[in-house]
Design a protein around this ligand. Sequence first.
Ligand SMILES: CC(C)=CCC/C(C)=C/CC/C(C)=C/CC/C(C)=C/[C@@H]1[C@@H](COP(=O)(O)OP(=O)(O)O)[C@]1(C)CC/C=C(\C)CC/C=C(\C)CCC=C(C)C
Length: 469
Amino acid sequence: MQSCAAQAAGAGTAAFRFAAGDPSARTTDAASSSYDASRSYGNRSLLRADPLEQLRGRQVGAGRVPQVPRKACVQAILRVDREAADRDREDGSEKGAQRKRSSFSLQASSSLAMPSLDFPRSRSTSPVRQKTAQERVDDAVRKQAALMADIRIPPGAEMDGELLETAYERSGEVCAEYAKTFYLGTKLMTPERQRAIWAIYVWCRRTDELVDGPNASHITPAALDRWEQRLEDVFAGKPFDMLDAALTDTVRKFPVHIQPFRDMIDGMRMDLYKKRYETFEELYLYCYNVAGTVGLMSTPVMGIAPEYAEDEDAVREIYDDALALGIANQLTNILRDVGEDARRGRIYLPLEELSRFGVTEQDIFDGVVTDRWRSFMRWQLARARDYFAKAERGVMKLDRQSRWPVYASLVLYRQILDSIEKNDFDNFHKRAYVPKFKKLLSLPEAFVRSQLPHSSHGLKVASSSKVAE
Ligand SMILES: CC(C)=CCC/C(C)=C/CC/C(C)=C/CC/C(C)=C/[C@@H]1[C@@H](COP(=O)(O)OP(=O)(O)O)[C@]1(C)CC/C=C(\C)CC/C=C(\C)CCC=C(C)C
């Protein structure tokens, strides 16, 4: 059988070749690619460009794109540059971890600052952060919200249809491989949206793999800097490989701002060095970076209902709600994975809040469920549910066609919180999950509720849990 390396090389992209172990293709690797202008392709010249040009040649010559087994292809795609990472470490480029963005210039908008949630907002104590978490997040929301009306397909700038088709197909394959349920959920979307969400998902997954994948221990801040440079190229119309090309096309068709993508890379930077979170504000920023950003990236694709789309304040509020869904999901993830994270030496719970409930770090490493732990968890669950409640209101303001998949994902993820509760808060030894039959049962209910008029729905969710102290 042809090896993964050979098959990946057959797919014609140098990224595949490098990932499969061909050093001559080194500069094209995902994390290592400092942008090489001679390899780039602008809006109009995608067809002539290497490496997609090679792929196209094969399509014409052989009549079809070589088929790479899904798993092998996905693994090859997601592999990162071990050599470059080692080199970076030798360079001592860890300094990059301290890199701070200078683009946050606006003051926080009070209407966006976690409006209905009375959570801590103390200033960050970290010396490298000059803006509060809330200011940073608000800035990204403002930038994204301001793009709502911007449709960005310059005349004549469309990419080649056939190639793009393949690029999106590959994105769908990665998505199906990594997140089966989510992939099925995307089937509820219109084809255009579905493809765009695949492209965004793949970029997020590749970004996450840099710090969470098999080569994570070799990833340095410099490798993330190069990944960010590559992101800038994607938005500048110069995609590096096929998966990037799908994203380039997506961000042309939908008014998606680059800021949330940059911020997600920042979240990965944070994950490289940060093992503890002192306050909720610190944790909130992390949750925004790794998941709230997804809400900001996805909403322009899912679309806003016409009755809100022209109203600037409403649009901002919807983005706040989208952000809340990401935060809710990430908080849920954290609460579900406490034991798993502790075994990796990590605690993603605010130490300040733990101590307020009389829980120590050692208690977490020991994994004993005490009454103090239960009270702490009840409080955490209530907060996560409040974020879900806020998001729920926003879902109803999305384009009607998009409400069902988003609402279904919200309901399914929120049930993990119920499951933690059913496990008597033992998230040290038991992994909370939602059984398949329950997931299936949720779908029709989510459909019905997602089609209700916004006002009746709002009344229903407004009474959701309060954060109890
Ligand atoms: C199921 C379905 C079709 C959902 C539609 C919703 C949608 C478009 C989601 C986008 C998904 C996406 C692009 C995810 C990127 C990958 C990522 C960073 C995922 C993280 C989730 C957990 O992932 P993980 O695989 O590590 O965890 P599991 O072990 O599998 O549990 C995240 C933690 C966060 C994902 C964040 C969201 C899903 C937020 C989505 C927000 C919106 C779609 C905006 C909705 C708009 C309003 C107004 C509420």
